[in-house]
Design a protein around this ligand. Structure first.
Ligand code: BGC
Length: 716
């Protein structure tokens, strides 16, 4: 159906609706399984536009009732019979359904758009077959502070990775054709700036300049809109004095005007009502409803502020019928674009669980980052004797992280089980828990493997962590293991960046495995024994100390260039008297079981006129990458751009591209990038994009600290 016809059809449906039916459309109710009878009654009486399939504000951490397909079909039938308008059946399908894929921040480490897209195809297939037609994914909140528990749900500290992840996840859910029977609607959230919560305290105040907002927080949403995202969720936070739920300028002028979004906006959980919590912002629920609806929040998630107040607001003249109709039309158009009127039920059927598990394992392997490997300790021999200890060693579910609502536990293995399965000939000695006294049971092992990590209760919504480092009692395990005089491998199962300064020296090898999902444990075992290479690169900075936070690679340089990240500390004027600004490991970092070398980059022309860039040309850059070791391995070539002189302070490096190339020992490949307008320019405060003439340095290599570079010039 073309857009004009779709708009006419939405208009006709709207014209046939009564006022209560319109108010129903802008209302989302909760359906959590056990309230089936109430939900049936509510569909008859209220005729809601949507049901959220969740039972609490902490759905990401608490166990939720699993989805029952038959019940969803019955509720959808009922809605169709009552009003002829299908329900949006929404659930937080964040990084998996029955099979869980790596948590978003972990999967960002795979540096692989296609892989992420394929994973989300699989997620859609499973969730769709359970009758879910709308997901509250992707979460695109760029975050600089790992104390914020929700950093695990998003793409991390880099706006470009955010753009890439946004597109991959949206295409996975929505496919190329949102109206296809098996496509689900995606929801880009939380619009916008939520990741800047002050001090990493969730739901907290945010303060972001327009320049920063445009260049760091909005890019992933721009990419989401470009990828055709059907819905957007407004964020909980207040930004520069105005809560996003009532932020007309950002929700309407910027999101719809500048970014060109044409879908529907849903509030976050009870966020309309929460406008009364920001002291003095909304006097009561009625005022909150008026503020949110007129700002551009089309659907009210579960707090019933719209349901209870819209009629009165219309009668008082605080809200016009045209404003209500606008919201209803956007919801109807979304449902029409999804083809729900033609096929209100998602197709049933089975899926290939083994294929999804194999994909989950590939994704998890490719997200494991090798940080350290002294004397090539890894990969381990499968026939030696291995001592295992640590938190999460015997756990089966925690690598699924937060927001794993429908996990099939029969798919999961513990790290201990996975190691034994991968190396049946090895002698495995195990400590039963991670307390230090048990380490002595490992004294006959050749190598110790210690697993450190956080549980799903330690991350996600409302789960800030003040001290983002390995807790003290686990540090004691590391010290005790070190004193045994054996080589020690650390496996870090943190879905967020943690500071490594006080333990790093205790380990001979370190794998940052994140939260790898249903096959996270198997991926760790595969990497430990070399059945898979550690394929990931850090999608975030690992600080030395949490006292350095926020610490991120693309921070604007300071007046005396002392940020230290790039090794330029002037020790007469250090960042801190007790520490530099140098991280433990920088953004983009990750070793392999082989080694790579990059040639000096070349460009077809080092000077281009600005007009050529404006017309879509770019610097054609190439670099040769060689596998200089004696194992096959995948080189992850990263491109960073630095604008040397400009009308705004620019970061010292901005990631603008990456490439993965599998190379046999001794093999060389040429990697090419076109460095074009989007890579050379930046946004001004008003959202206009500028490319300024002048000099740029293009860095190409293994991580953000690479010195392998070439200078290019844009002439006027
Ligand atoms: C979270 C959202 C989530 C929603 C629905 C909120 O508390 O902030 O990310 O989609 O709940 O469960």
């Amino acid at each position: 159906m073309d857009e004009a016809m779709l708009c006419r059809r939405a208009q006709t449906i709207l014209e046939g609706m009564t006022l209560p039916e319109k108010i129903g459309q802008v209302t989302q109710l909760m359906y959590y399984g056990t309230n089936y009878d109430e939900t049936v009654a509510a569909i008859r009486e209220i005729k809601p536009g949507s049901l959220i399939l969740a039972g609490s504000a902490l759905a990401g951490n608490e166990k939720q009732e699993s989805v029952q397909r038959d019940r969803l079909d019955e509720l959808q039938e009922l809605a169709m019979a009552e009003i002829g308008v299908p329900l949006l059946l929404g659930r937080d399908v964040i990084h998996g359904h029955h099979v869980v894929f790596p948590a978003p921040l972990t999967s960002a480490c795979a540096f692989d758009k296609e892989l992420v897209r394929t994973c989300y195809d699989a997620v859609r297939e499973e969730a769709g077959k359970d009758g879910i037609n709308w997901t509250f994914t992707p979460m695109l909140d760029m975050a600089h502070d790992p104390r914020w528990g929700r950093i695990v749900e998003g793409p991390g500290e880099d706006p470009y990775l955010g753009e890439v992840m946004a597109e991959a996840m949206i295409k996975g859910f929505q496919t190329e054709d949102l109206s296809a029977p098996d496509a689900m609607a995606a929801c880009a959230k939380h619009y916008v700036g939520y990741g800047a919560s002050e001090g990493g305290r969730d739901y907290n105040h945010t303060e972001i300049s327009d320049y920063n907002l445009q260049n760091n927080y909005l890019p992933a949403f721009r990419s989401a809109v470009k990828a055709g995202v059907a819905t957007v969720m407004s964020a909980f936070n207040e930004l520069n004095g105005i809560p996003l739920t009532a932020h007309r300028h950002l929700l309407t002028d910027v999101l719809r005007g500048d970014l060109g979004f044409d879908g529907m906006v849903v509030s976050d959980w009870e966020a309309v009502q929460q406008l009364t919590n920001f002291a003095g912002f909304a006097r009561d629920r009625k005022e909150a409803a008026a503020q949110a609806l007129t700002a551009g929040v089309d659907m009210d998630m579960i707090d019933n502020c719209y349901l209870e107040n819209v009629e009165q607001l219309l009668a008082e003249g605080t809200l016009t019928m045209a404003e209500l109709d606008t919201a209803v039309l956007r919801i109807l158009k979304t449902k029409l674009r999804m083809g729900l009127f033609e096929h209100p039920h998602m197709p049933r059927g089975s899926y290939d669980a083994q294929a999804h598990l194999a994909l989950a394992q590939k994704a998890a392997e490719q997200s494991v980052v090798l940080l350290k490997n002294n004397q090539s300790l890894l990969p381990l021999s499968k026939t030696g004797s291995l001592g295992l200890a640590g938190a999460l060693l015997h756990d089966k579910t925690e690598l699924c992280s937060s927001w794993a609502l429908d996990t099939r536990e029969e798919y999961l293995r513990s790290i201990s089980e996975a190691v034994k399965l991968a190396a049946p000939q090895a002698t495995i000695l195990e400590a039963q828990d991670y307390l230090t006294q048990h380490v002595t049971t490992l004294r006959d092992a050749d190598v110790l493997v210690l697993v450190f990590g956080e549980t799903h209760w330690d991350n996600g919504e409302s789960r800030g962590m003040a001290e983002v480092e390995i807790p003290e009692e686990q540090q004691m395990l590391a010290q005790r293991a070190r004193r045994m005089g054996k080589p020690v491998v650390a496996v870090l199962c943190y879905a967020r960046p943690i500071a490594l300064g006080n333990v790093e020296h205790l380990f001979d090898a370190i794998l940052y495995a994140g939260h790898g999902g249903s096959r996270g444990a198997d991926a760790i075992a595969a990497v430990l024994f070399g059945d898979a290479e550690p394929g990931g690169r850090l999608a975030f900075t690992l600080p030395h100390s949490f006292g350095q936070l926020p610490l991120y690679y693309n921070a604007p340089p300071g007046a005396r260039r002392m940020n230290g990240y790039y090794g330029e500390d002037d020790m007469r004027m250090p960042n801190y008297v007790d520490l530099t600004g140098k991280p433990s490991y920088p953004f983009g970092y990750g070793l392999s079981y082989t080694t790579f070398a990059w040639s000096a980059p070349t460009v077809a022309a080092a000077t281009l006129p600005l007009a050529a860039i404006e017309q879509g040309e770019g610097f054609a850059l190439s670099v040769q990458v060689t596998n200089t070791g004696n194992r096959a391995g995948t080189a992850v070539t990263q491109l960073y751009v630095r604008d040397l002189v400009g009308s705004r302070v620019r970061p010292l490096r901005c990631l603008r591209g990456f490439d993965r190339t599998l190379l046999q020992p001794g093999e060389t490949a040429t990697v090419t990038f076109t460095v074009a307008k989007a890579d050379l320019g930046f946004y001004l405060e008003d959202g206009s994009f500028v490319v300024e003439p002048g000099d740029f340095t293009l860095y190409v290599g293994e991580n953000c600290l690479t010195d392998n570079a070439i200078d290019v010039t844009l002439t006027k």
